[in-house]
Ligand binder design. Structure first.
Ligand code: GTP
Length: 445
């Protein structure tokens, strides 16, 4: 799971959501893009685990047709009623879209909270949204979801659930949410989103002035992004630059083997079959990735759907505006190799030997992590600029800085000056220029 997130207490919903029954309803004979029922169920369980629920029971429910009142048939409703009681289930997660009436009927039958796929994903995004824009987009999606339920079920429901935490609150909230209030809140959020979009450009500019390359982790939920983030940052006790006091905990300064430093940034995980209403919210949480110097695509290579997931990630990043730059800005991290059989393991190692864009690792055991850091170093070095600079001997501290941060490719000295050819990260080029202009300032007088 991603590290502690200050937003999770926003609605108190994540304090202790409890024991969950996970059901994946599937129509008999329907195909699901080649995904097996077992894979669908495993993903549903993964979603539940993403917000720290304890899975009491998980099952694929095969249906010959959808039942309007409860989605699943009355026999299945009865069977699970017994299970909910026996297993002390607090929450049932139905991995499908539920109508408000179906949700209410199931809650009545089982005497526990019921949540559908959109509701659960909204909970995950609510916990993970970091930027102001991400938070607003998630709230907007949550309100729109809730309002659509109000409209459709207005005449049926005496009471509505409260807040945005669909898991939160004591059962059906006592608080009746009025459509007008939701509408007003939506208008306000849309206005705030407009403001955020206007200031976003400014923030990006500020970020570009951060004098370190930014490396972003992306990948499917459960691929191991947070495990890797923690492994790469744990060993490092860097004096945090004052700049970083304002950055959030999903960003850390990491020193690479060459001595170069980078900011490592974690992002929200991809989810397969993302409900379309949630696409905008998801993308807003990924905005940061666009400004990254390098993207680490973390893949769970032990996952049966790993190839499909890879294509999804590429498609979304392309749509986000990365276009053909993907190949140049991405390093593929083949995670969980400890789970592979020796033959597949060896095959991946050979592939990595041929292709510098892939690095097999195990974030859990640490295998391959040194090689990954070296690969990141090389990739960042490839974007370096080569400068020819002339510095006075008395600017020894700047010369020392160049040796520390760049690679000095050649040097010649005469009585007054040192002439250096040096390769630097783009971020360091602007740092260097600032250092030099500061040093020159007194000469103007
Ligand atoms: P989200 O936070 O949901 O986006 O997921 P994530 O991509 O951050 O994955 P996370 O780091 O939470 O890891 C998911 C699960 O995979 C955890 O149970 C980890 O312990 C496990 N895991 C991560 N890396 C490895 C690995 O290299 N090998 C094995 N065997 N398990 C791993």
């Amino acid at each position: 799971m991603t590290q502690a997130n200050g937003n999770s207490s926003r609605n108190g919903a994540t304090a202790s959501p409890g024991r969950v029954l996970v059901l994946t309803p599937l129509l008999r004979g329907s195909s699901d893009g080649g995904r097996t029922p077992a894979a669908r169920l495993a993903e549903a369980v993964g979603l539940a685990l993403a917000i720290n629920l304890t899975v009491a029971h998980a099952e694929v429910v095969r249906l010959s047709r959808y039942t309007p009142a409860t989605l699943i048939g009355s026999g299945a409703v009865e069977t699970f009623k017994a299970l909910v009681e026996a297993e002390a289930v607090d929450l049932a997660f139905i991995d499908a879209p539920l109508s408000p009436v179906q949700q209410r009927n199931l809650e009545r039958a089982w005497k526990c909270k019921v949540i559908d796929r959109t509701g659960l994903i909204l909970e995950i995004f609510g916990e993970r949204a970091r930027t102001r824009e991400g938070q607003l987009q998630v709230e907007l999606a949550a309100l729109t979801y809730q309002r659509s339920r109000l409209v459709r079920s207005w005449t049926h429901l005496e009471r509505q659930r409260g807040g945005f935490g669909f898991l939160g609150g004591p059962g059906e909230s006592q608080l009746e949410i009025d459509r007008r209030l939701i509408g007003e809140r939506i208008v306000r959020i849309k206005r705030d989103l407009g403001d955020v979009a206007r200031t976003r450009g400014l923030h990006r500019k500020a970020r570009q002035r951060v004098p370190y390359p930014v490396v972003a982790l992306v990948g499917y939920t459960n691929a191991g992004k947070s495990t890797l983030f923690n492994r790469l940052t744990r060993a490092q006790v860097l004096a945090q630059d004052v700049l970083f006091a304002t950055l959030d905990p999903t960003m850390r300064l990491v020193r690479l083997p060459s001595g170069r430093e980078m900011i490592l940034s974690d992002t929200v995980g991809f989810i397969s079959d993302l409900p379309t209403d949630l696409v905008a919210a998801f993308r807003a949480t990924l905005e940061e990735v666009l400004a990254a110097d390098l993207i680490l695509h973390v893949r769970d290579v032990a996952h049966p759907e790993t190839a499909v997931q890879r294509e999804d990630v590429h498609a979304v990043l392309r749509d986000l505006g990365l276009g053909d730059a993907i190949e140049h800005t991405m390093l593929e991290v083949l995670n969980k190799i400890d789970l592979l059989d020796p033959a597949t393991h060896e095959q991946l190692r050979r592939q990595a030997g041929r292709d510098a864009r892939v690095v097999p690792i195990s974030a859990a055991t640490g295998e391959g992590c040194d090689e990954l850091l070296q690969a990141i170093d090389r990739r960042l070095a490839a974007t370096r600029e080569v400068l020819d600079v002339r510095l006075r001997h008395r600017d020894a501290s700047i010369i020392a800085w160049l040796y520390e941060h760049g690679e000095v490719l050649g040097r010649r000295d005469d009585t007054d000056y040192s002439y250096l050819r040096v390769s630097l990260d783009p971020a360091d080029v602007s740092r260097f220029q600032r250092l030099r202009s500061d040093a020159e300032r007194p000469d103007r007088h």
